[in-house]
Design a protein around this ligand. Sequence first.
Ligand code: PGA
Length: 251
Amino acid sequence: MKIIIKDSAADASAAVADILLRQIIQKPESVLGLPTGGTPLGVYARVREAYQHGRGSFAAVTTFNLDEYIGLAADDPASYAHYMSENLFAHVNIDASRTHIPSGMAVDPDIEAARYESLITAYGGIDLMLLGLGRNAHIGFNEPGSAHGSRTRRVSLTPSTIEANAGYFAPGARQPSHAITMGIGTILECRKIVVLATGPEKAEAVAASVNGPSSDDVPGSALMRHHDTTIVLDKAAARDLERSKIRELEA
Ligand code: PGA
């Protein structure tokens, strides 16, 4: 695991956007794994801006999103399909048929999860996986207790995650309690992983994920097992890391 610590969330987002852009410039037919949530908004804004200035093409890129809520249709404003369209896909030259997100409306979520997992394999796996980190150290919607070998599957969300995401739902809108998420084992098979965490509310999850021990109770700690993970932080999210640990991991 390597660490990059920036002064601000904006600088950390710019660093991650740069990693994504370099990936698609070096390998135009890259397969990307993409996250949603508040953290990557700055990354997608930077990528859109760079694209408008002629940097990077998505013409041959394939994407797989990490997760989707069960029960939300793609056009629901709170769905991750809608988020991706708003924040990235509608603004770049990506072929919609190459953008993949689990279907929240599948009749059988277990079959949908298995289909999604096979599709990732059929595309030859994911070159670069971008991840956020939940306040409880979840990655994707792999909540504490998820096995590090878990595959894409239907999961229940914890009360803390439901509360953290409540702000994305309109007042009175029904908030789903289940999702389909790539598994931790699925994530660990990606060739390169970049995690972005910003703000003091992530400091504890960052410290538990980076310091170890690696445990099912801390999904982010599974990333220590991966040969090419970079964690990009702002100073606030790095607050609880020891100086010696930072020096050891600084990229
Ligand atoms: P957030 O979520 O970016 O909205 O804080 C991160 C995550 O749950 O992975």
